[in-house]
Design a binder for this molecule. Structure first.
Ligand code: SF4
Ligand code: SF4
Ligand code: SF4
Length: 269
């Protein structure tokens, strides 16, 4: 699975829209806090616009009905942490024409991913009291580690507007490339001052752009919830930390918050 790819590469730039019937959409969730699904309910006016274009056949957060047999788009939140979830994800992928991963948990393994490293080192210590209903546990991983993902809406939680854009790309098609530039490039355009100048750590140095530097605009350093950019230079970022008197070990610790399952995070350890 390449790191730079056209959004919806399985669709060859085409959308799943069928002029003869509404597009059937299901929303499912694995290991998560359901926060990204809640964000979708915050779409308000956008949601009403989108709902007019789709048949929202199943939404795990709001429905106790079973998932329909056939659908066009699967919107999936959460990291995969059990064998059962892995099987369900593969089934979703087989049945969906387009699969959209929403949120840090689904795109980087996010917060559940923090357990990944410990899982390999101390498997019995991490999930000591797993309820039987959860089935066999596996080390947490993002959706793209298991199946092809057509569209990703990053961050923790997702931005409702970003979700609308990705859903519309799934419906109508898009050849747009996934964003791989660093957050700093967006931040510089916003003309905000850099936290490093104040000796404060900010993860924008290595984090994928796309959120418009949302936290920096609010006066808070980036925590890296969009995940490491495939073009990030971690060695150079560590040197920048040293140059500005920012703790490199703090940088490495913060890197693990949303990137525990990214191999790049561990290469310099
Ligand atoms: S990405 Fe964040 S808000 Fe979304 S489900 Fe995961 S923890 Fe919750
Ligand atoms: S390190 Fe943070 S504050 Fe500095 S330019 Fe990058 S995103 Fe902006
Ligand atoms: S600024 Fe950083 S932490 Fe904040 S939403 Fe963007 S990527 Fe996530």
């Amino acid at each position: 699975m390449s790191e730079t790819y056209p959004q919806g590469r399985r669709l060859n730039g085409k959308g799943v829209r069928d002029r003869n019937r509404p597009v059937r959409v299901v929303v499912a969730s694995f290991a998560s806090c359901f926060g990204c699904q809640l964000q979708i309910t915050n779409m308000e006016q956008h949601l009403m616009d989108v709902l007019g274009q789709i048949d929202l056949s199943y939404w795990q957060l709001t429905s106790s009905e079973p998932m329909p047999e056939s659908f066009d788009v699967a919107v999936v939140e959460g990291a995969v942490t059990t064998e059962e979830a892995e099987k369900q994800l593969r089934e979703l992928r087989d049945r969906a024409k387009a699969l959209i991963a929403i949120g840090a948990c689904a795109t980087t393994a996010g917060i559940p991913g923090i357990a990944a490293k410990s899982f390999y080192e101390h498997p019995s210590a991490v999930y000591e009291h797993v309820p039987q209903a959860c089935g066999a546990m596996i080390s947490p991983r993002p959706l793209s580690a298991i199946v092809d993902v057509d569209f990703e809406v990053r961050c923790c939680p997702v931005d409702p507007y970003d979700f609308t854009i990705m859903l519309q790309r799934a419906l109508y098609g898009s050849n747009k490339l996934a964003t791989t530039r660093m957050l700093c490039s967006d931040c510089k355009r916003n003309e905000t001052s850099c936290f490093f100048g104040e000796g404060q750590l900010c993860m924008g140095l290595v984090t994928s752009a796309g959120c418009g530097a949302r936290c920096v605009n609010l006066g808070r350093p980036c925590q890296g919830c969009a995940g490491i950019s495939p073009h990030a230079n971690l060695a150079s970022a560590r040197k920048s930390c040293e140059r500005y008197g920012v703790s490199v070990s703090d940088f490495d610790e913060k890197l693990e918050l949303f990137n525990q399952t990214n191999q790049a995070t561990h290469e310099a350890e």
